[in-house]
Design a protein around this ligand. Structure first.
Ligand SMILES: Nc1ncnc2c1ncn2[C@@H]1O[C@H](COP(=O)(O)OP(=O)(O)OP(=O)(O)O)[C@@H](O)[C@H]1O
Length: 334
């Protein structure tokens, strides 16, 4: 079977007109423009198999959106080979367009002054979706996303979360097998983030769809993506198991405790590094190998009403990874 996404030695260079300050420079630039090159993606290679859910991570300006736009056929690569479901995206063939969808949290496809239902109808016409299939998919998306009542209101009257749910429905009516999701939960409150996240998981499980997702909310990635591809300044930093990355970069765990009475700070410091201590609640950082011993020590030393062991927050893992020199790979790069 074809890989869902295959990227080989992808490079994208933007050519940007350099503006200089001052009137004289502005006049000069009318006659002789100067350009500079921005290497947004450089020699990037990865493969994604059908049905995978992959997180695409990197700091601002790393090249994530550029890569997703190339995968969707909106931008042409400067060099390298890209295939998506066996198609070359830049050709924008009908079979390719039916196979994919691109959802950008910062952009919208819904028509602003009309209800989402009108955009749904428009998409039915664009993709030539037969009536019965359209009715069935719409019914399914409406119940999964709970948008039955919303779709008749003008889009401009919808809240951000409501609009995002309708954006997703519009993007999935043609039942694409490959989803490129660029910040699909941006700006949503926590409960709406959860709704969208769960929806993506269900769609993936039900349809066996492939998902490549960028998000600044690390909880989205941690809960949805067993695998992550991490890029920095256009180059691959890590490709592999998320759990392995966390373990390599931050080989410690957090023990979250609620004591029956406020604990003694010095006693806690003897067990691990205090990350947080407020009233009866404490969070300690402990090397992975010492967790068992630390827990038995803590439980024996004072009565506790709750105890959980967590991985360090993914935000911290990423911060630590990017603080390393770029030449130092975090292994597991496939
Ligand atoms: N149309 C463009 N013309 C020139 N430079 C661009 C263009 N689009 C993006 N860039 C530059 O390319 C680099 C990568 O941008 P890109 O939007 O792909 O990053 P990103 O990883 O999606 O960032 P973010 O997390 O901030 O959305 C940045 O340096 C950006 O300034």
């Amino acid at each position: 079977m074809d890989a869902a996404v295959a990227v080989r030695a992808l490079t994208k260079v933007y050519r940007v007109h350099e503006r200089q300050a001052g009137l004289a420079a502005a006049l000069r630039s009318v006659f002789r423009r100067t350009y500079k090159e921005v290497r947004a993606v450089e020699d990037l290679s990865f493969t994604i198999e059908p049905g995978e859910r992959v997180g695409f991570l990197g700091p601002n300006g790393a090249g994530k959106t550029t890569t997703l736009k190339i995968l969707s056929g909106l931008l042409h690569p400067t060099s390298g080979d890209v295939t998506v479901s066996g198609h070359v995206p830049r050709r924008r063939e009908a079979g390719f367009l039916r196979a994919i969808t691109l959802v950008m949290g910062q952009k919208q496809q819904l028509l602003w002054d009309l209800p989402p239902a009108e955009t749904f109808d428009l998409n039915r016409a664009i993709y030539g979706i037969p009536d019965a299939a359209f009715a069935e998919t719409l019914h399914e998306l409406e119940s999964l996303l709970d948008i039955g009542a919303l779709k008749k209101k003008p889009t401009r009257q919808l809240s951000l979360g409501e609009r995002m749910k309708c954006e997703l429905a519009a993007a999935l009516l043609h039942r694409p097998g490959i989803l490129f999701l660029d910040e699909p939960t941006i700006g949503l409150d926590v409960s709406m983030q959860l709704v969208v996240r769960e929806f993506i998981r269900k769609y993936n499980e039900k349809r066996g769809a492939t998902v490549l997702l960028t998000s600044h909310y690390m909880d989205d990635v941690a809960s949805l993506c067993p695998r992550v591809i991490v890029i920095d300044r256009g180059k691959l930093r890590y490709d592999g198991d998320l759990a392995k990355l966390v373990k390599t970069i931050r080989p410690d765990k957090r023990i979250v405790l609620v004591f029956a009475a406020p604990p003694d700070r010095a006693a806690l410091e003897r067990v691990g590094t205090i990350v947080e201590l407020e009233g009866t609640r404490a969070v300690l950082r402990v090397p992975q190998a010492d967790v068992r011993e630390a827990v038995s020590h803590l439980v024996a030393s004072a009565p506790t009403s709750d105890l959980t062991i967590e991985d360090p927050p993914l935000e911290e893992v990423m911060r630590d990874l990017f603080a390393r020199p770029a030449e130092e790979p975090a292994e597991a790069t496939r």
